[in-house]
Design a protein around this ligand. Structure first.
Ligand code: FES
Length: 128
């Protein structure tokens, strides 16, 4: 008996619905073009999503405190608005990253939502 049937049998319907739902994906792209599609886990930060799925190139030395700049990512142009507002602290930290681009973000400052299905995120060659 699979977990799905056990949950259904005991009427954990919301869990069953969650399990059956086709999860969207965010695609992390390394400098060499290697793609890492990762299932969206709403509520986590983009940095946490990368770490939990062993995406290479995100160091996240400060653990999400917006204090190290080692979670730098470059959002694909058409998705940039979707990534949310950049606060002054984040912008100052991004100014210190050697590869800042117009769509650069610190992934620890981006909350993942289901609306990000298909979003592409490039990783810089180096973190700070
Ligand atoms: S994890 Fe340190 S700034 Fe994002």
């Amino acid at each position: 008996m699979t977990l799905y049937y056990i949950l259904k049998e005991f009427k954990f319907t919301s869990l069953v619905i969650h399990m059956k739902k086709d999860m969207g994906k965010i695609i992390f792209i390394e400098q060499n073009g290697a793609e890492h599609p990762v299932e969206i886990d709403q509520g986590n930060s983009l940095m946490e999503l990368a770490l939990y799925n062993a995406v290479p190139g995100i160091d996240a030395d400060c653990g999400g405190g917006c204090a190290c700049g080692t979670c730098h990512v470059i959002i694909e142009d058409k998705w940039f608005k979707q990534s949310g507002k950049i606060l002054e602290t984040e912008s100052q930290m991004l100014d210190m990253t050697p590869e800042r681009e117009t769509t650069s973000r610190l992934s620890c400052q981006i909350k993942v939502t289901d609306a990000m299905d298909g979003m592409k995120v490039r990783l810089p060659e180096f973190q700070m």
